[in-house]
Design a protein around this ligand. Structure first.
Ligand code: C2O
Length: 534
């Protein structure tokens, strides 16, 4: 592959949305930020210069970072943040990966405005496993708050309350033509009748899973999370924060404008931003006066629509792109994910919502875990993360008496190259809720999924070990479970967390450490000399 250089200047930029202006943190002054375009096996050198007053770090979501955890980006997990006036060059190779991924700030809530797409084309001369589209369009879905995101995070962090929901969703930075305040008519996709377009959709929203529809058009899904899937055609795409989805759209209609809609999916009684973001397909030859053809978004709690989309996802599993699903398991974990309540002296009610995995609420360390692991610095973490819930109970049934969680910076040690199975079980402790779980450093196969409590005897019999979808972020269903498998072939320290930012803030996160037995200095590349210090 070749080497590609990018420069990311992190700068404040006064930005107007919903008819109000506020300064936001951006990369190169843009919202969403610049798209990175590269090819499979290329090496990226991205120089990030921090010109703002906040600490910054950038994560390349879905890039496997084989032996290059130093470039992964989550603050205090693989690196100390880049301080104001600081610089760091992220240096990594896109080994064996192609498709749509994305990048985002990985510290506090900065990713609200600091994010953009990564487009990885196949190697030169290698075609897509589907007909070549006439044009490709990046579509980044986001959220917009009228208030400062700092104020929003403080609610979640310092007060222990659910933060205000966003005031709008956005498509490529704009709420769109159907909103209270239209700036520019929203994002437009120009199309020619009879041609096929590929949309590379990224859900960069902080806290909401989204449905995606286009009036009068079917969507053919060909790829998710930069892995090819068996193409299937649908009216509605479901995309959780962290996920990416490529769809083909045939421009089969007549001249006109057709609404594109991104709307919330939430199958729990939780406050959400229910404002639909919109954009439009514009056929060439359309009169500017012509009315936009509308599309109704699915109801917010349309679980059957969500399920039918999820159940249609299969790995392509062709001769060229086989699904290498681990058929046997060397190492198995059962993790409950959910919310709890802990005492809090500084909080309004004397208590705060705490999210946890196996009842452990992850506490961010003061030094990056990867550094502590690599240089053998003690006192930063312990590696006693429980492989089973500390407090077993009827997870999706009655509420337990004790809602408290245990605080700690605990890591889980995975044997190198083990075939790992993780069952992620949602709990109904406060309320059942869908959690998009994201694992850094690996792709995994989603071998099973169900509602209620996971049954270790009967459920594995129904697993799909032939062509399960491969991804890096999976929505664990509300009041249900998901089973994933992957090979622990990448040494390093790897974050796993709910990609709903509010849940990450509350502690729904953990980290795995993978070592090849010869020690980190033999298994991981040495840290770059400009690695930021804490
Ligand atoms: Cu896209 Cu750890 O995140």
């Amino acid at each position: 592959g070749r080497i590609r250089h990018y420069k990311f200047n992190v700068v404040m930029k006064n930005t107007t949305r919903l008819c109000e202006s506020k300064p936001i943190v951006t990369v190169n002054g843009r919202f969403p930020g610049p798209t990175i375009v590269a090819r499979e096996d290329d090496t990226l050198l991205i120089k990030v210069v921090n010109h703002v007053k906040y600490n910054v770090s950038i994560h390349w979501h879905g890039v496997r970072q084989i032996r290059t955890g130093w470039a992964d980006g989550p603050a205090y997990i693989t690196q100390c943040p880049i301080q104001p006036k600081g610089t760091y060059v992220y240096n990594f190779t896109l080994t064996g990966q192609r498709g749509t991924l994305w990048w985002h700030a990985h510290i506090l809530w900065l990713r609200a405005t600091v994010h953009g797409a990564i487009v990885i084309l196949p190697k030169r001369g290698v075609p897509y496993p589907y007909p070549k589209p006439h044009k490709e369009v990046v579509v980044v879905l986001g959220e917009w708050w009228k208030s400062d995101t700092e104020a929003v995070i403080n609610q979640a962090q310092k007060l222990g309350q659910a933060p205000n929901v966003s005031d709008a969703h956005t498509i490529n930075g704009h709420p769109g033509p159907i909103s209270n305040c239209v700036e520019n008519g929203g994002f437009k996709v120009p199309v020619d009748q009879g041609k096929t377009y590929m949309l590379r959709i990224v859900n960069a929203a902080l806290n909401e899973e989204l449905f995606f529809r286009i009036a009068g058009h079917k969507l053919t899904v060909v790829e998710v999370d930069a892995t090819y899937v068996k193409p299937f055609t649908t009216d509605t795409v479901l995309i959780a924060p962290g996920q990416t989805t490529n769809v083909l759209v045939n421009a089969t209609q007549r001249a006109g404008k057709y609404l594109v809609a991104a709307s919330t999916f939430m199958d729990a009684p939780i406050a959400v931003d229910n404002v639909t973001a919109t954009a439009s397909l514009h056929y060439s030859g359309t009169l500017s006066s012509s009315a936009t053809k509308l599309v109704a978004p699915p109801p917010q709690n349309a679980t059957p629509v969500a399920n039918s989309f999820i159940n249609s996802l299969r790995s392509l599993n062709s001769a060229k792109y086989p699904a290498n699903v681990p058929l046997t398991v060397d190492h198995s974990l059962f993790l409950t994910i959910g919310l709890g309540i802990n005492p809090c002296s500084t909080c309004v009610n004397g208590s705060m919502v705490a999210a946890s995995i196996n009842n452990v609420t992850f506490v961010m360390p003061k030094t990056a875990l990867l550094q502590a692991h690599y240089f053998n610095i003690s006192g930063i973490y312990t590696d006693d993360f429980p492989s089973k819930p500390l407090m077993p109970y009827n997870y999706t049934g009655t509420q337990p008496k004790n809602l408290a969680t245990t605080n700690g910076t605990k890591l889980y040690r995975l044997p190198y190259n083990a075939a790992v199975q993780v069952v992620l079980q949602d709990t109904a402790m406060l309320t059942p809720e869908s959690h998009p779980l994201h694992l850094h450093g690996f792709n995994f196969f989603v071998v099973g999924r169900g509602i209620g409590n996971y049954n270790p005897v009967t459920d594995p019999k129904k697993f799909n070990l032939v062509d399960p979808v491969e991804r890096n972020t999976v929505g664990v269903p509300a009041g249900g479970w998901t089973a994933i498998r992957f090979r622990a072939d990448n040494p390093g320290v790897w974050f796993m967390h709910c990609h709903l930012e509010v849940h990450t803030t509350w502690g729904l996160k953990m980290a795995f450490v993978v070592d090849n037995g010869k020690g980190p200095k033999e298994s991981i590349l040495p840290p770059p000399s400009d690695l930021p210090k804490c």
